[in-house]
Design a protein around this ligand. Structure first.
Ligand SMILES: [Zn+2]
Ligand SMILES: [Zn+2]
Length: 102
């Protein structure tokens, strides 16, 4: 058996990766999408306009139905604030239409 001229697979992988990618996600190469958003971002979201109705896509109840605060994402979808802040701890996109938030 002679492996002398074979290319080391790890080294080949490293060489194929752009240095950019490598430095952007040093520890999270498998889940680059689940970074979550900051509490501050959630705090700044506007509440749903008075008189409007929407279903929360997370708990599937009417937004604000249980005395919850409402909030509206930039894409226009509304959610209970408590539902949304839970969701956004692990995600950085709208649960409804997957618009990326930042
Ligand atoms: Zn909800
Ligand atoms: Zn949306």
């Amino acid at each position: 058996m002679n492996f002398g001229h074979r290319q080391d697979p790890l080294r080949a992988m490293f060489q194929n990766m752009s240095s950019n990618q490598f430095f952007m996600f040093p520890d999270r190469e498998e889940e680059p999408q689940s970074q979550g958003v900051s509490e501050e971002f959630i705090d700044k979201l506007p509440e749903m306009e008075e008189g409007k109705e929407a279903d929360c896509n997370i708990c599937l109840e009417k937004v604000g139905s249980n005395g919850n605060k409402s909030c509206v994402l930039p894409c226009g979808h509304a959610f209970d604030k408590s539902c949304l802040s839970t969701w956004l701890k692990d995600h950085d996109s709208c649960p409804c239409c997957r618009t990326k938030l930042d």
